[in-house]
Design a protein around this ligand. Structure first.
Ligand code: DQA
Length: 160
């Protein structure tokens, strides 16, 4: 079989990071988080990403240290952009924030629900001031908007 020649643009790696309890999407408080499963969301992001010239890899963990390790390895792996829903760690994790600051990979913070329209403890995020942007309250569409932004931004910064 002939080898497929990939253009530089097609190889741009984007990492999608999902924090704790997001593995339960589909059955977890569907009125708040919707009925789509994480696998369905990740499949769609991979397909949408491929259409935009991005290679999208998703990672979910309920363990803070594993999320830190994954973000650290993103730099050595050459990841160009991160889309992260830190879930409950949004409101608690200095370690995860520090990992993102350390790798210096631009990222968008995404939340399925509108964290500003819920309990007051959800209004504070350790991530927002470091993020390129924050999307919340748009359900799983938020990830797609973030991906489309990433594709645009990476197209404007060739080789970076
Ligand atoms: C969430 C909002 C967080 O407050 C919550 O802890 C989550 C999910 C969201 O996507 O709406 O687990 O990040």
């Amino acid at each position: 079989m002939p080898k497929l020649r990939k253009t530089r643009r097609e190889q741009r790696p984007v990492l999608v990071v999902h924090g704790p309890n997001l593995n339960l999407l589909g059955t977890r408080q569907p009125a708040v988080y919707g009925r789509e499963t994480l696998a369905e969301i990740d499949r769609r992001l991979k397909a949408t990403g491929a259409g935009l010239g991005l290679s999208v890899e998703s990672f979910q963990s309920n363990v803070e240290g594993e999320l830190v390790n994954r973000i650290q390895s993103a730099r050595t792996q050459g990841v160009k952009f991160i889309i992260i829903n830190p879930a409950a760690y949004t409101h608690t994790s200095v370690a995860l924030r520090d990992a993102l600051a350390a790798v210096e990979i631009p990222f968008i913070e995404v939340h399925l629900s509108n964290i500003h329209a819920r309990e007051s403890f959800r209004r504070h995020s350790y991530f927002s001031e470091l993020a390129v942007g924050v999307i919340c309250g748009l359900g799983s569409r938020g990830y797609e908007f973030a991906l489309s932004f990433a594709a645009n931004r990476l197209a404007k910064t060739p080789g970076r």
